[in-house]
Design a binder for this molecule. Structure first.
Ligand SMILES: *Cc1c(COP(=O)(O)O)cnc(C)c1O
Length: 464
């Protein structure tokens, strides 16, 4: 399968190049030139498959020119072996038509494990045959860093460096990263804030020569197509668990960078009968404003009770706009040149094509708290703040909808225990096999907010 850039200047490339490059050289995002198309009969015939076998069927057409089915199966098996639930992504039905898809049984208790476990093993496999070494570099304020470290810690050909702001990450999230003791895992606490960490990472990417050409630097942020690919699988999986409703199904997705819900859109394009994708946002509601009122204007980031969705501009939205504008890359390039500084206004045509498949909803912090309390009272089930946002959207949409709705539960409630200060419910406990992180020794280096210091540290570690 070939991949093309949403900005139309970079040449098309293979899956492997799209994954190893991340962002296209022209600043665009890679999207598949065309998609596999599965019939309802084919999809229904997969209902007895394990999660792993289903994943292989769905992902194989994307990778077949570079990866054998057998290798893909090994990568997939390895990626989901550490999940704490044998179903990988179990489903619960709450009342008629409302389901929860639990995506938090991976090692770091959030859905990001689905993509980052897969990405780590995939990268390891790719560079193995190329005889290359990779340096994964990223900055985190929480979620992504720990999932990336978990995903790369057993990879032979990868060193991973994750920067976090010293003393400014919640204890659970920090310990999920720093209690991993592996030669190739390097946690760096920067004397500075998250933006400082991020600008060091950005500058390192624009100055790759500091690595002296021996290693390839790679980002594992949510624009990497391999992450999206891994996330397509659980849309099909949950459709099969609901019993293949022929008339269709609705998904509600707590949304930040638009990666997860974009995977749902690809599932739809690949033949899954998705009636609607609900884009559920917190008070950082640029996507809700855009879909609802054609108001895509950047605002300062709000600190909400659902921190993993506190985002000003959702980078993967560009991939949807590319389709909404009939893949007119010149137009997208022009639009994206000012996306973070000025409002963009969609044409009626583009907006209505988006509304055909998407509906949006915004939850305030108060509503998050109310939804968690109501769900606990009615069902004795604890939602995490991100999932609560998805659930609010589902409840609203269910008022006028006859299709089954699946709400994606993106994090385990124990990952964000601070919410109990607001709900006044009992603090959710970590799963037993994760409690060790609260007492194990932490490993990290504290560095100054200095480009040179960080780059020298990386060099020293990879050429040890
Ligand atoms: C990252 C994250 C999200 C947002 O997902 P996107 O793909 O960025 O839209 C939602 N919930 C949790 C818990 C997350 O970690």
């Amino acid at each position: 399968m070939r991949f093309i850039s949403t900005r139309g200047i970079s040449e098309s490339c293979t899956f492997e190049d799209a994954v190893l490059t991340g962002l296209a050289p022209d600043g665009g995002l890679y999207v598949p030139e065309e998609l596999p198309d599965f019939s309802i009969d084919t999809i229904s015939s997969w209902s007895e498959l394990s999660y792993e076998d289903l994943a292989v069927n769905i992902m194989y057409p994307f990778v077949e020119t570079e990866i054998s089915r057998k290798s893909l199966k090994e990568i997939v098996k390895k990626s989901y072996a550490g999940f704490r639930n044998s179903e990988i992504a179990p489903m619960l039905e709450f009342q008629n038509n409302s389901w929860i898809l639990e995506l938090f049984h991976g090692p770091t208790l959030a859905f990001k494990d689905f993509a980052l476990q897969f990405l780590g093993n995939l990268l390891d496999h790719m560079v193995e045959s190329r005889k290359e070494k990779l340096v994964v570099l990223g900055a985190t304020s929480g979620d992504t860093g720990s999932a990336a470290i978990e995903g790369c810690q057993d990879c032979q050909n990868i060193d991973i460096f994750i920067l976090h702001p010293h003393n400014r990450v919640s204890e659970v999230q920090r310990r999920q990263m720093t209690t991993i003791k592996k030669k190739n895992v390097h946690n760096i606490a920067i004397n500075g804030n998250f933006d400082d960490c991020q600008s060091i990472v950005k500058r390192a990417f624009s100055n790759q020569s500091f690595l002296k050409g021996e290693h390839r630097l790679i980002a594992v942020n949510s624009i990497n197509f391999a992450r999206i690919l891994a996330q397509i699988v659980y849309y099909f999986w949950s459709y099969l668990r609901v019993g293949c409703p022929k008339d269709g199904i609705v998904y509600s997705v707590p949304t930040g960078n638009f990666g997860d819900v974009f995977a749902g859109y690809l599932a739809l394009k690949m033949g899954l009968p998705v009636k609607k994708l609900l884009v559920a946002t917190n008070s950082n509601d640029i996507l809700h404003r855009c879909i609802n009122n054609n108001d895509h204007s950047p605002k300062k980031v709000d600190v909400s009770l659902a921190p993993s969705m506190d985002i000003m501009i959702s980078s993967n939205f560009e991939r949807l706009l590319f389709d909404a504008y009939a893949r007119d890359a010149n137009l997208i390039r022009d639009m994206m040149s000012r996306v973070s500084t000025a409002p963009i206004v969609l044409t009626n045509h583009a907006l209505s094509s988006i509304r055909e498949n998407f509906w949006s909803y915004r939850s305030s912090d108060d509503e998050i708290v109310e939804t968690i309390k109501a769900y606990f009272k009615d069902f004795n089930y604890m939602l995490d703040p991100h999932t609560a946002i998805g659930m609010s959207a589902s409840l609203e949409y269910l008022k006028s909808c006859d299709y089954p709705i699946v709400t994606l539960a993106t994090a385990h409630p124990s990952k964000f225990p601070e919410i109990s200060n607001h709900t006044l419910l009992e603090r959710p406990e970590l799963p037993t096999n994760l409690r060790f992180i609260l007492k194990n020794t932490e490993y990290f280096s504290i560095l100054n907010n200095s480009q040179l210091e960080v780059e020298n540290f990386i060099l020293q570690k990879i050429f040890h």
